[in-house]
Design a protein around this ligand. Structure first.
Ligand code: DGL
Length: 278
């Protein structure tokens, strides 16, 4: 029997729309509910405890919307909160780290992989461990991690492909260039928007991994394997934010294209009780 409940996707803000875009493209007959925690963003500069608390509240909101699956689009929340959320949820929970790590190991030819992400993601060390685990059969595997916090602001400003972005990228990416990586994981929701600039700096032979594409493939597979697919009737895409819906829609439009998002509603996400999980 078809399951027409929506897929819930959340991020610290608008960046996760780069993941939502890939999910909509991989499973176009599914409805989605997106929550962006813009009121408390960024997560990438917060402590482990705070990220877990926020992610649990985000999940509780999505659960209240009767979703059939939860996708943690945010890399920072994936690295810090996935285990807790998986335990707490009664629907499948997907994160973006392992799919991104798997894709990078598949792509590398010289066994040198770069990871770029927020400070909190890099500091957790989990992305690097995931790449090492997935690539354990690659002899002499090298993983170079680099936090690029300013990329988030550049992406939100819409400065994706200009000289400010280029100079910033040159500075951040120097250690990866020096190490001779041939694959770079864009381990932050916002970075796919800067892909052109990152490519210009790294050169045409370096493969960029968009973990949104990787996780969208997993979403499709898990829906099929668990008999959770919708029948494609009345597909809707709903949007929620913890900040001003108009600001959200203004900044979000270029992330999604195709006239979305529309009719965004505000949620007081900090009111969701997570006492039982802490
Ligand atoms: N969504 C975050 C991530 O993917 C980036 C923005 C933030 O720091 O909250 O890591």
């Amino acid at each position: 029997m078809a399951d027409n409940r929506p897929i819930g996707v959340f991020d610290s803000g608008i960046g996760g729309l780069t993941v939502l875009r890939e999910i909509i493209s991989a499973v176009p007959s599914e409805s989605t509910i997106y929550f962006g925690d813009d009121g408390r963003s960024p997560y990438g500069t917060k402590s482990h405890e705070t990220i877990i608390k926020y992610a649990l509240q985000d999940m509780m909101f999505l659960k209240s919307q009767n979703v059939k699956m939860i996708v943690i689009a945010c890399n920072t929340a994936s690295t810090h909160a996935y285990k807790v959320l998986k335990e707490a949820a009664d629907v499948p929970v997907l994160e973006v780290v392992v799919p991104g790590a798997k894709a990078s190991v598949k792509a590398t030819r010289n066994g040198k992989i770069g990871i770029i992400a927020t400070r909190a993601t890099i500091a957790s060390g989990l992305y690097e461990s995931a790449v090492r685990e997935q690539g354990k059969d690659i002899e002499g595997l090298e993983v170079i991690s680099q936090a690029c916090p300013m990329f988030v602001s550049l992406a939100e400003e819409g400065w994706w492909d200009d000289e400010v972005a280029f100079l910033t990228a040159q500075k951040y990416l120097e250690p990866l260039k020096k190490a001779g990586v041939d694959t770079v994981v864009l381990a932050c929701t916002h970075y796919p928007l800067l892909a052109n600039t990152i490519s210009k700096v790294m050169g045409p032979d370096v493969t960029l991994i968009n973990s949104g594409i990787a996780v969208a493939g997993d979403v499709k597979k898990i829906l099929e394997d668990n008999d959770l697919c919708s029948d494609g009737t009345s597909v809707t895409h709903e949007f929620f934010t913890s900040d001003d819906p108009l600001i959200f829609e203004d900044v979000a439009a270029p992330f999604l294209g195709s006239g979305l998002p529309k009719g965004t509603k505000k949620v007081a996400v900090d009111r969701y009780d997570i006492g039982e999980f802490l």
